[in-house]
Design a protein around this ligand. Structure first.
Ligand SMILES: C[S@@+](CC[C@H](N)C(=O)[O-])C[C@H]1O[C@@H](n2cnc3c(N)ncnc32)[C@H](O)[C@@H]1O
Length: 237
């Protein structure tokens, strides 16, 4: 099982158990489905993008679907994927309750690969920081670039390095790579540091490092405010 699976599966089992509606409810950051954390940035981004009528959107890491439903209610044609079946089941229910049409499916974005439908917008609402290892992020960003129409936009919100964030004892932050590891038993993807097994947990980059990574992947950053970023395909990419 890949390092990013168990934590997310457990989180959605908790959401179901506690009758919550989205990921950020688990941390007391939200309590209404339609008020998701990157909504202000998304609303602002939409005023800046040149889009056709009924734009095609792909959201990966959609969770229970608050951003996907928000866009579908505004006339976007939305495909939305998440790794965790519980999340997709909840997303389908919330979309049905709101009378919006979203094509939700279970899919690991790291193995999505090239080819297939292209989109006017590819959206990430706080998934990327959970995709930690270089190879996985490179696969993800290659898939994003491949799925963008030549006039398309990648709209990304991701957690960043924060000097005030406190990593508890079970975590270990490597400032050089921006990787936060979590203590775990030996497992697929686990590494040993000073005799303790750790799993990759988060990637908390500084803004310049995130920008460099995106540009290496053939994505040209047209706007960045910390982890809130808008990209287009680089010229010639
Ligand atoms: C922080 S949550 C955000 C969920 C949702 N976007 C929201 O705003 O409520 C990150 C999401 O990314 C999903 N995810 C993590 N790794 C993934 C992968 N490899 N492929 C697809 N989804 C993934 C998780 O299951 C989780 O739903």
């Amino acid at each position: 099982m890949r390092y990013y699976y168990a934590e997310h599966q457990a989180a959605y089992q908790r959401l179901v158990h506690e009758g919550l509606t989205q990921w950020s409810d688990l941390f007391g950051e939200t309590d209404e489905y339609d008020v998701f954390p990157n909504r202000p940035f998304l609303e602002h981004a939409l005023t800046r993008l040149k889009l056709p009528a009924e734009p095609d959107v792909l959201e990966y890491g959609c969770g229970t679907g608050p951003a996907a439903c928000f866009l579908a209610a505004r006339g976007f044609r939305v495909d939305a994927i998440d790794l965790i079946p519980h999340a997709i089941a909840m997303a389908r229910r919330f979309a049905r309750e709101r009378g919006v049409d979203v094509n939700f499916r279970v899919q690991d974005v790291c193995v999505m690969g090239a080819g297939g439908k292209q989109y006017d917008v590819v959206l990430d609402s706080y998934c990327l920081q959970s995709i930690v290892m270089d190879a996985d992020r490179a696969n993800l960003l290659a898939a994003v670039r491949d799925r963008l129409k030549s006039s398309g936009y990648y709209v990304l919100s991701t957690a960043m390095y924060d000097p005030d964030r406190v990593y508890d004892n079970e975590f270990r932050y490597d400032a050089t790579s921006g990787i936060c590891y979590q203590a775990a038993g030996p497992a697929e993807d686990a590494i040993q540091l000073d005799g303790t097994w750790y799993l990759p947990h988060r990637r908390h980059l500084q803004p310049a490092a995130l920008r460099a990574e995106l540009e290496t992947a053939g994505l040209c950053v047209i706007s960045q405010d910390g982890g809130d970023v808008i990209c287009v395909r680089s010229h010639g990419a």
